[in-house]
Each structure stands twice: as C-alpha cells, then as structure tokens.
Design a protein around this ligand. Structure first.
Ligand code: ARG
Length: 269
C-alpha cells in the first residue's frame, strides 16, 4: 500500500516535471504562460475583471526578455505594470511566440499585447492599437569582420528576421531590389545565435534591440535607410474598451515624465 503511494507520488512528480519543462522550452502561445505576480483568483464569477492578461514575446531586450532569474523584465514590462496599477488590475504575463500574438488577441486569449509591436497598418485590420509609446527605426546587425555595410551589399547574403515581424515584411520588400535569402525564425535571440555561428550574414530588427545586441555581443551594424516604420503601441482585440483607458494612461506616463524615466533606465537612445 505504502509502496503504491510512493510510486504514484513519483509518477505525479515526473508528470509535473515534464509539464513544466514543456512550459519553459516551448512557446506554443497557450501553455507557456507565466504569471508575474501569481494569484489563485483570476476573474470572479460575476464577470468583474480582476486580472489584466498581457501577451508578449520575451525575446526582445530591452523591451521584454528573461533575466537570469527567469522573470520577464524590460521597458514594456514597466509600462504593463504601470497600466495594470492604474487600472487596479493584477497583471498576468503570457510569454508566446511573436508570430502568435495577433491570433491570441483575435481569439481574445489575452486582453492586450505589449511586445515592441509596431502599430502597422496591416495589423490594424485585425487589432486595435493605443497611441504610440516609442519609436525606433530598423537596423542590420552583423559580425565585426563583415563586409556587409549597406543595402548594396545585400546581394548574395542570407538575412535573418523574426517571423511575423514588420522586418520580415520589410526584407521581402527589399528582395524586389536586391538578391538575398531570408531566414525567418520564431525567436529573435535565436537569430543572434545564428549570426554568431555564421549561419546568417546579418539580422534585421528594431534599432533599439539591435543596439543592445551589438553592445552585449560585440557586434556592429548599420541603419536601414529604406523607409519609415510606425512606432510601438499596445495592441488590443478589435473594439476593446481598454483602448481609450490605456491611451489616457500612456499619455499620463508621457506627461509626468514616468516614460522618460523608463527610457533612461532601459533604452540606449
Ligand atoms: N517591431 C517589430 C514588429 O512590430 C518587431 C517586434 C518584435 N517583438 C518581440 N517582442 N519579439 O514587427
């Protein structure tokens, strides 16, 4: 009897272990969520909202990434916590792949997305955006010894972009003029690893993020002169009544200098 119980406990423990391993290693957009401040309650039966569920892709420092303790931190997380505080709601962060964020909003699995997401016109067909809270251009990041120093050098190269990003779209546009391959990966940090191991000639991403990787990994890069892209904004399911409220909160953060304080703390320019 006692032995059986031990066996059952061991089985349960290994099941939990396997589940948690899945949770941290896959970004399937549903189960890999983490609750930043955990609570048992959630939203109560009367339907009153107590939680604010945010989707993000925590692979984009300094906007959102995991610190050595495994917590999601960054500029966007400051903003998210501020918004949740102002609304009097408890923030729950779900980490998913960037490419799945719009779908999560459409399926209303999350109340909002803050993920360095540019308020792009195409996306506006499927989601609503807040006012913009940051603007960063684009950059190509290369290894220090690279000959790739301008768009004209793109011919014959392989460029990495994040799947579903505006850079993927931008690179596809550049292919009309230049002859290069695109490799689109789920995870922005994996792109940098591919670059460091010579499987990519350059990575095309948001300038602010690029500058961070350049500094941290001793890389170089050049600005993308090819166009202007929209700034970053909070995204919502279409018709969400949070849009107006959160616009006011972001404007307040700008006016009171709180946003400038996060910029000084997290961003390089
Ligand atoms: N700004 C780009 C876009 O909106 C890339 C954002 C990627 N964000 C992330 N957390 N990986 O498409």
């Amino acid at each position: 009897m006692k032995r059986n119980r031990v066996v059952i406990i061991l089985l349960l423990a290994s099941f939990v272990f396997v589940l948690s391993a899945c949770g941290s290693s896959t970004k399937d957009g549903t189960q890999s969520d983490q609750t930043s401040e955990s609570s048992d309650e959630g939203n109560n039966e009367t339907g009153d909202q107590t939680k604010l569920v945010m989707g993000t892709s925590a692979d984009y420092p300094p906007f959102e990434s995991r610190n050595p303790e495994g917590d999601i931190v960054g500029f966007d997380i400051e903003l998210a916590n501020y918004i949740a505080d102002e609304l009097g709601l408890e923030l729950e962060i779900r980490d998913m792949s960037f490419d799945g964020l719009i779908g999560a909003l459409q399926a209303e699995r999350v109340d909002m997305v803050i993920s360095g997401m540019s308020a792009d016109e195409d996306r506006r067909q499927n989601v609503d955006f807040s006012v913009e809270y940051h603007h960063s251009g684009e950059m190509f990041v290369t290894q220090k010894d690279s000959d790739l120093t301008s768009l004209d050098d793109l011919n014959g190269t392989t460029i990495g972009v994040q799947l579903g990003s505006i850079q993927q779209e931008g690179a596809e546009g550049l292919q009309e003029e230049y002859d290069f391959e695109i490799k689109a990966l789920d995870d922005a940090q994996a792109l940098i690893q591919e670059l460091l191991t010579d499987r990519l000639d350059a990575v095309y991403l948001d300038k602010e993020v690029a500058l961070g990787f350049i500094e941290a990994q001793d890389l170089i890069g050049f600005d993308d002169p090819s166009g202007t892209t929209p700034g970053m904004a909070v995204a919502f399911p279409k018709g969400s009544d949070l849009v107006e409220k959160i616009d006011t909160i972001i404007e307040q953060a700008i006016d009171t200098g709180v946003l400038a304080k996060w910029e000084a703390e997290w961003l390089s320019e």
